[in-house]
Ligand binder design. Structure first.
Ligand code: ADP
Ligand code: MG
Length: 286
Protein backbone atom coordinates (compact mmCIF):
# COMPACT_ATOMS: atom_id res chain seq x y z
CA UNK A 1 0.00 0.00 0.00
CA UNK A 2 1.06 3.58 -0.61
CA UNK A 3 1.73 5.58 2.59
CA UNK A 4 -0.66 8.47 3.03
CA UNK A 5 2.07 11.13 2.78
CA UNK A 6 2.65 10.31 -0.87
CA UNK A 7 -0.89 11.32 -1.73
CA UNK A 8 -0.16 14.69 -0.14
CA UNK A 9 3.02 14.96 -2.19
CA UNK A 10 1.36 14.04 -5.46
CA UNK A 11 -1.47 16.46 -4.68
CA UNK A 12 0.89 19.32 -3.83
CA UNK A 13 2.80 18.66 -7.04
CA UNK A 14 -0.35 18.62 -9.14
CA UNK A 15 -1.46 21.95 -7.68
CA UNK A 16 1.88 23.27 -8.98
CA UNK A 17 1.29 21.89 -12.47
CA UNK A 18 3.61 18.92 -11.90
CA UNK A 19 2.28 15.42 -12.56
CA UNK A 20 4.18 12.55 -10.95
CA UNK A 21 3.35 9.28 -12.69
CA UNK A 22 4.03 7.26 -9.53
CA UNK A 23 4.86 7.82 -5.87
CA UNK A 24 8.24 6.09 -6.41
CA UNK A 25 9.37 9.09 -8.46
CA UNK A 26 8.69 11.42 -5.51
CA UNK A 27 11.32 9.39 -3.65
CA UNK A 28 13.71 9.00 -6.55
CA UNK A 29 13.77 12.70 -7.43
CA UNK A 30 15.25 13.50 -3.99
CA UNK A 31 18.33 11.40 -4.82
CA UNK A 32 19.20 13.32 -8.00
CA UNK A 33 22.72 14.82 -8.07
CA UNK A 34 22.88 15.69 -11.77
CA UNK A 35 20.35 17.65 -13.79
CA UNK A 36 20.64 17.44 -17.55
CA UNK A 37 18.69 19.95 -19.61
CA UNK A 38 17.81 20.47 -23.23
CA UNK A 39 18.42 24.02 -24.50
CA UNK A 40 15.88 24.93 -27.17
CA UNK A 41 12.37 25.13 -25.75
CA UNK A 42 13.53 24.19 -22.26
CA UNK A 43 15.94 26.94 -21.16
CA UNK A 44 15.11 29.16 -24.13
CA UNK A 45 11.68 30.11 -25.42
CA UNK A 46 12.07 27.98 -28.53
CA UNK A 47 10.57 30.84 -30.51
CA UNK A 48 13.10 32.03 -33.06
CA UNK A 49 13.21 35.34 -34.89
CA UNK A 50 15.04 36.02 -38.13
CA UNK A 51 17.91 38.49 -37.62
CA UNK A 52 20.03 38.66 -40.75
CA UNK A 53 19.82 37.35 -44.32
CA UNK A 54 22.87 37.07 -46.57
CA UNK A 55 22.67 35.68 -50.08
CA UNK A 56 25.38 34.68 -52.50
CA UNK A 57 24.01 36.85 -55.29
CA UNK A 58 20.37 35.75 -55.39
CA UNK A 59 17.72 38.36 -54.90
CA UNK A 60 16.80 38.30 -51.20
CA UNK A 61 13.03 37.96 -51.66
CA UNK A 62 13.41 34.98 -53.97
CA UNK A 63 16.03 33.37 -51.73
CA UNK A 64 13.70 33.71 -48.73
CA UNK A 65 10.67 32.39 -50.64
CA UNK A 66 12.68 29.33 -51.72
CA UNK A 67 13.91 28.58 -48.19
CA UNK A 68 10.48 29.24 -46.67
CA UNK A 69 8.82 26.95 -49.22
CA UNK A 70 11.03 24.10 -48.01
CA UNK A 71 10.73 25.04 -44.32
CA UNK A 72 6.93 25.20 -44.61
CA UNK A 73 7.10 21.37 -44.60
CA UNK A 74 8.83 21.29 -41.20
CA UNK A 75 7.39 21.85 -37.72
CA UNK A 76 10.79 22.79 -36.24
CA UNK A 77 10.77 26.19 -34.44
CA UNK A 78 13.55 27.36 -36.78
CA UNK A 79 11.29 26.57 -39.74
CA UNK A 80 8.37 28.51 -38.24
CA UNK A 81 10.59 31.59 -37.80
CA UNK A 82 11.63 31.58 -41.45
CA UNK A 83 8.09 31.02 -42.74
CA UNK A 84 6.71 33.76 -40.45
CA UNK A 85 9.36 36.22 -41.59
CA UNK A 86 8.77 35.51 -45.28
CA UNK A 87 5.04 36.02 -45.41
CA UNK A 88 3.03 34.23 -48.08
CA UNK A 89 5.34 34.56 -51.12
CA UNK A 90 6.63 31.00 -50.67
CA UNK A 91 3.22 29.64 -51.61
CA UNK A 92 4.00 30.42 -55.27
CA UNK A 93 6.70 27.73 -55.17
CA UNK A 94 6.25 24.02 -55.68
CA UNK A 95 7.82 21.82 -53.04
CA UNK A 96 8.40 18.08 -53.27
CA UNK A 97 10.47 15.24 -51.86
CA UNK A 98 11.09 16.96 -48.51
CA UNK A 99 13.07 15.02 -45.98
CA UNK A 100 13.85 16.07 -42.40
CA UNK A 101 17.38 15.01 -41.47
CA UNK A 102 17.44 14.78 -37.69
CA UNK A 103 19.97 17.14 -36.06
CA UNK A 104 20.96 18.51 -39.47
CA UNK A 105 18.04 20.24 -41.14
CA UNK A 106 15.95 19.78 -44.26
CA UNK A 107 16.33 18.59 -47.81
CA UNK A 108 13.84 18.85 -50.66
CA UNK A 109 13.01 20.13 -54.11
CA UNK A 110 11.68 23.63 -54.72
CA UNK A 111 10.56 24.38 -58.28
CA UNK A 112 12.58 21.38 -59.37
CA UNK A 113 15.87 22.45 -57.76
CA UNK A 114 17.43 20.60 -54.85
CA UNK A 115 17.45 22.80 -51.73
CA UNK A 116 19.22 22.14 -48.45
CA UNK A 117 18.59 24.22 -45.30
CA UNK A 118 20.32 23.42 -42.05
CA UNK A 119 23.59 23.52 -40.16
CA UNK A 120 27.24 22.97 -41.04
CA UNK A 121 26.82 19.23 -40.58
CA UNK A 122 24.18 19.21 -43.31
CA UNK A 123 26.41 21.16 -45.71
CA UNK A 124 29.27 18.79 -44.93
CA UNK A 125 27.10 15.75 -45.54
CA UNK A 126 26.29 16.98 -49.05
CA UNK A 127 29.77 18.36 -49.79
CA UNK A 128 28.61 21.97 -50.01
CA UNK A 129 31.57 24.36 -49.66
CA UNK A 130 31.11 27.75 -47.98
CA UNK A 131 33.25 30.51 -46.48
CA UNK A 132 34.61 29.09 -43.19
CA UNK A 133 34.31 32.55 -41.60
CA UNK A 134 30.55 31.95 -41.49
CA UNK A 135 31.17 29.28 -38.83
CA UNK A 136 32.58 31.98 -36.54
CA UNK A 137 29.17 33.69 -36.29
CA UNK A 138 27.92 33.12 -32.73
CA UNK A 139 24.24 32.72 -33.51
CA UNK A 140 21.87 30.00 -34.56
CA UNK A 141 22.29 29.95 -38.30
CA UNK A 142 20.57 28.27 -41.23
CA UNK A 143 22.91 27.59 -44.13
CA UNK A 144 21.28 27.20 -47.53
CA UNK A 145 22.34 25.40 -50.69
CA UNK A 146 20.38 25.58 -53.92
CA UNK A 147 21.13 23.28 -56.85
CA UNK A 148 24.21 21.88 -55.11
CA UNK A 149 25.81 25.28 -54.45
CA UNK A 150 26.00 27.39 -51.32
CA UNK A 151 23.37 30.13 -51.70
CA UNK A 152 23.49 32.07 -48.42
CA UNK A 153 22.44 31.99 -44.81
CA UNK A 154 19.86 33.23 -42.34
CA UNK A 155 20.73 33.97 -38.71
CA UNK A 156 18.05 33.54 -36.12
CA UNK A 157 17.85 34.22 -32.40
CA UNK A 158 15.98 32.72 -29.49
CA UNK A 159 15.49 34.19 -26.01
CA UNK A 160 16.47 32.76 -22.66
CA UNK A 161 13.34 32.06 -20.58
CA UNK A 162 12.66 34.46 -17.73
CA UNK A 163 13.05 31.84 -15.01
CA UNK A 164 16.08 30.05 -16.51
CA UNK A 165 18.84 31.93 -14.62
CA UNK A 166 16.96 31.51 -11.32
CA UNK A 167 16.49 27.79 -11.99
CA UNK A 168 20.24 27.15 -12.24
CA UNK A 169 20.93 29.31 -9.18
CA UNK A 170 18.27 27.51 -7.09
CA UNK A 171 19.47 24.04 -8.12
CA UNK A 172 23.04 25.00 -7.16
CA UNK A 173 21.80 26.28 -3.79
CA UNK A 174 19.95 22.98 -3.28
CA UNK A 175 23.31 21.20 -3.57
CA UNK A 176 22.96 19.93 -7.13
CA UNK A 177 26.50 20.45 -8.35
CA UNK A 178 26.25 19.06 -11.86
CA UNK A 179 24.00 20.93 -14.23
CA UNK A 180 24.53 19.90 -17.81
CA UNK A 181 23.03 21.38 -20.98
CA UNK A 182 22.76 19.32 -24.17
CA UNK A 183 21.85 20.79 -27.54
CA UNK A 184 21.79 20.12 -31.22
CA UNK A 185 22.47 23.79 -31.86
CA UNK A 186 25.99 24.91 -32.76
CA UNK A 187 28.51 24.72 -29.97
CA UNK A 188 29.54 28.40 -29.93
CA UNK A 189 26.00 29.61 -29.17
CA UNK A 190 25.50 26.75 -26.68
CA UNK A 191 28.68 27.72 -24.74
CA UNK A 192 27.63 31.39 -24.75
CA UNK A 193 24.25 30.58 -23.20
CA UNK A 194 25.85 28.15 -20.69
CA UNK A 195 28.16 30.93 -19.53
CA UNK A 196 25.27 33.38 -19.16
CA UNK A 197 23.26 30.88 -17.12
CA UNK A 198 26.25 29.61 -15.07
CA UNK A 199 25.64 26.05 -16.26
CA UNK A 200 28.49 23.74 -15.17
CA UNK A 201 28.92 21.76 -18.37
CA UNK A 202 27.46 22.15 -21.87
CA UNK A 203 27.69 20.27 -25.14
CA UNK A 204 26.50 21.55 -28.52
CA UNK A 205 26.26 20.09 -31.99
CA UNK A 206 24.72 16.89 -30.68
CA UNK A 207 22.51 14.51 -32.61
CA UNK A 208 19.58 13.00 -30.67
CA UNK A 209 21.67 9.80 -30.31
CA UNK A 210 24.62 11.80 -28.88
CA UNK A 211 22.34 13.10 -26.11
CA UNK A 212 21.59 9.48 -25.17
CA UNK A 213 25.33 8.70 -25.09
CA UNK A 214 26.02 11.70 -22.82
CA UNK A 215 23.36 10.64 -20.34
CA UNK A 216 24.68 7.04 -20.44
CA UNK A 217 28.18 8.34 -19.65
CA UNK A 218 26.92 10.26 -16.63
CA UNK A 219 25.02 7.22 -15.37
CA UNK A 220 28.13 5.05 -15.83
CA UNK A 221 30.00 7.55 -13.64
CA UNK A 222 27.51 6.69 -10.90
CA UNK A 223 25.52 9.91 -11.22
CA UNK A 224 21.81 9.99 -10.39
CA UNK A 225 20.45 11.79 -13.40
CA UNK A 226 17.29 13.78 -14.01
CA UNK A 227 16.69 14.95 -17.58
CA UNK A 228 14.30 17.73 -18.46
CA UNK A 229 13.34 18.54 -22.02
CA UNK A 230 10.56 20.09 -24.05
CA UNK A 231 10.06 16.78 -25.77
CA UNK A 232 11.09 17.44 -29.36
CA UNK A 233 13.45 14.50 -30.11
CA UNK A 234 13.89 13.94 -26.37
CA UNK A 235 11.89 10.75 -25.74
CA UNK A 236 14.96 8.42 -25.73
CA UNK A 237 16.86 10.47 -23.09
CA UNK A 238 13.73 10.97 -21.02
CA UNK A 239 13.40 7.17 -20.88
CA UNK A 240 17.06 6.62 -20.02
CA UNK A 241 17.35 9.16 -17.16
CA UNK A 242 16.70 8.00 -13.57
CA UNK A 243 13.94 10.60 -13.54
CA UNK A 244 12.74 11.88 -16.92
CA UNK A 245 10.76 15.11 -16.97
CA UNK A 246 8.83 16.40 -20.00
CA UNK A 247 7.57 19.92 -20.29
CA UNK A 248 3.97 19.57 -21.34
CA UNK A 249 3.49 23.04 -22.75
CA UNK A 250 5.24 22.34 -26.04
CA UNK A 251 6.17 18.70 -25.51
CA UNK A 252 5.49 15.93 -27.96
CA UNK A 253 3.13 13.09 -27.11
CA UNK A 254 5.97 10.55 -27.23
CA UNK A 255 7.92 12.46 -24.60
CA UNK A 256 4.91 12.96 -22.34
CA UNK A 257 4.16 9.24 -22.60
CA UNK A 258 7.66 8.11 -21.62
CA UNK A 259 8.20 10.78 -18.94
CA UNK A 260 8.13 9.95 -15.22
CA UNK A 261 7.10 13.50 -14.43
CA UNK A 262 5.16 15.90 -16.67
CA UNK A 263 5.47 19.63 -16.14
CA UNK A 264 2.37 21.31 -17.49
CA UNK A 265 3.79 24.81 -17.78
CA UNK A 266 6.81 25.86 -19.83
CA UNK A 267 8.87 26.82 -16.75
CA UNK A 268 12.15 24.94 -16.18
CA UNK A 269 12.08 26.15 -12.53
CA UNK A 270 9.42 23.49 -11.88
CA UNK A 271 12.18 20.91 -11.64
CA UNK A 272 13.38 22.59 -8.43
CA UNK A 273 9.78 22.70 -7.17
CA UNK A 274 9.41 18.98 -7.94
CA UNK A 275 12.57 18.11 -5.99
CA UNK A 276 11.45 20.23 -3.03
CA UNK A 277 8.04 18.56 -2.95
CA UNK A 278 9.79 15.17 -3.00
CA UNK A 279 11.95 16.19 -0.05
CA UNK A 280 8.99 17.48 1.97
CA UNK A 281 7.03 14.30 1.24
CA UNK A 282 9.94 12.20 2.50
CA UNK A 283 9.98 14.08 5.80
CA UNK A 284 6.29 13.30 6.27
CA UNK A 285 6.46 9.67 5.16
CA UNK A 286 9.50 8.68 7.19
P1 ADP B 1 17.93 21.20 -30.21
O1 ADP B 1 18.75 20.14 -29.55
O2 ADP B 1 18.53 22.56 -29.98
O3 ADP B 1 16.49 21.12 -29.88
P2 ADP B 1 17.47 19.93 -32.83
O4 ADP B 1 18.04 18.56 -32.57
O5 ADP B 1 16.01 20.07 -32.96
O6 ADP B 1 18.08 21.00 -31.79
O7 ADP B 1 18.16 20.50 -34.16
C1 ADP B 1 19.56 20.59 -34.23
C2 ADP B 1 20.00 21.53 -35.29
O8 ADP B 1 19.61 21.02 -36.59
C3 ADP B 1 19.40 22.91 -35.23
O9 ADP B 1 20.09 23.74 -34.33
C4 ADP B 1 19.56 23.36 -36.68
O10 ADP B 1 20.88 23.79 -36.90
C5 ADP B 1 19.31 22.10 -37.47
N1 ADP B 1 17.92 21.99 -37.89
C6 ADP B 1 17.00 21.11 -37.45
N2 ADP B 1 15.82 21.27 -38.08
C7 ADP B 1 15.99 22.30 -38.93
C8 ADP B 1 15.13 22.96 -39.89
N3 ADP B 1 13.86 22.62 -40.08
N4 ADP B 1 15.67 23.98 -40.60
C9 ADP B 1 16.96 24.35 -40.43
N5 ADP B 1 17.79 23.79 -39.57
C10 ADP B 1 17.33 22.77 -38.82
MG1 MG C 1 14.78 20.37 -28.77
Amino acid sequence: SIPLGYFGGIGAASRNGILFKGSNFLDLITTIDTVVMDKTGTLTEGVFKVQEIKTNGLEQADFLATVAALESKSTHPIASAIVQHTGLSYQQKTVSETEEISGHGLKGKVDGQEVLAGNGKLMHKYNIAYDPQIDAIVDTIVLVAIGGKFAGYITIADQIKEDAPGTIETLHQMGIKNIVMLSGDKDSIVQKIAKQLKIDLAFGGLLPQDKVTKVEELKNQGKQVAFIGDGINDAPVITLADVGLAMGGLGSDAAIETADVVIQTDQPSKIATAINIGKKTKQIVW
